[in-house]
Design a binder for this molecule. Structure first.
Ligand SMILES: [Zn+2]
Length: 329
């Protein structure tokens, strides 16, 4: 039997003991099952990230569920408890994504100002919540806060609303007002109980999910020039360009092709390399985690073990920020 790890010692492990719990991992299968029981369609996100763990179009091999055509997370999200158990047994540390469209949810994402000054139109606002309050006041309506609400680790508030099955409302970014984004068709939200490096998504309000107040709808209706969808909840990252993608593939390739006994150490080193570039602002932490988890999965490194190795490597790399030179890869 293993003994408890003394505080302050390295967290990296080279041996596994399935009876010994890893870090403080919440019961994410339980989170997914309970969301599904409440009618939500869920799918896995890579550990500590908000990046879908189901393969994207670029990596599709057109087999299995994708034999006819590639099916993305929005189509594969499920309420089926058997499929949920299957997914989270295979990927136990994965966060829980809720596909808003199939779940007939519309979620307002109210962000803190993080020290930024609002534009004159929203003078005095310190948070998307203040902007929503101003919108309500202008419409002569009560603040629409009596609904199920989740607080993200970065202090964003996610207000959940029910919409009809025929709702065509899609994702928006700052369309309704400063620091107000939203997720609808084509969008997902991270479920309460999921975990990021900087903390947990927690329930701020346990109320039932209210219907979307009709006065809010026009604020989220598409203008004549359509915005592109943001499929990453809570933050928008531009698509990596070809060079960045090639770099991620190259680093992940080191893990994929490492000799059997060195796969774990190679994963830590690859995470360290990417951790430096994340700290240098060249990649988002989410895309680094996704690339590393994809590689680890192909090497059949268990998700928990990969999560530990990746978190350790990223953390160590963050202490030495670096940017890619104009030459190199
Ligand atoms: Zn596919």
């Amino acid at each position: 039997m293993s003994t408890p790890r003394p505080a302050g010692t390295a967290r990296r492990r080279t041996t596994r003991n399935p009876k010994w719990p890893r870090r403080t991992t919440p019961d994410l299968m339980g989170v997914a099952l309970s969301a599904a029981r409440r009618g939500m369609f869920v799918f896995p996100l890579w550990p500590r990230s908000k990046t879908p763990a189901l393969h994207g179009k670029r990596r599709c091999d057109r087999t299995g569920v994708c034999a006819e055509r590639h099916l993305g997370w929005e189509y594969r999200a499920t309420r089926d408890p058997d499929l949920i158990r299957y997914w989270w047994r295979a990927l136990p540390a994965c966060n829980v994504g809720i596909a808003c469209g199939p779940s007939t949810l519309y979620v307002l994402d109210l962000d803190p100002a993080h020290g930024d000054e609002p534009p004159p139109e929203w003078a005095g606002a310190r948070h998307g919540r203040d902007v929503l309050a101003q919108l309500a006041a202008r419409a002569g309506q009560p603040y629409p806060g009596d609904t199920y609400t989740v607080l993200s680790p970065s202090r964003s508030e996610h207000l959940y609303f029910q919409v009809g099955v025929d709702s065509t409302l899609r994702n928006t970014a700052s369309r309704a007002g400063w620091r107000i984004d939203s997720r609808g068709r084509g969008g997902f939200i991270v479920a309460a109980g999921s975990m990021r490096r900087d903390g947990l998504y927690t329930i701020a309000r346990r109320d039932p999910i209210a219907s979307l107040p009709p006065w809010l709808v026009p604020h989220f209706t598409a203008p004549s020039s359509p915005e592109h969808d943001t499929t990453v909840s809570g933050g928008v990252h531009p698509l990596p360009d070809r060079r960045r993608r090639r770099y991620l593939d190259a680093v992940a390739g080191l893990v994929k092709h490492a000799a059997p006994k060195t796969a774990h150490d190679t994963l830590v080193r690859a995470a360290y390399t990417l951790g430096r570039l994340v700290a240098g602002g060249q990649f988002s932490e989410d895309e680094a985690r996704a690339a590393l988890h994809n590689a680890a999965r192909q090497r059949r490194i268990p998700t928990h073990e990969a999560d530990d190795a990746i978190s350790d490597g990223l953390l160590a790399g963050a202490a030495h920020p670096r940017r890619l030179s104009d030459h190199g890869l």
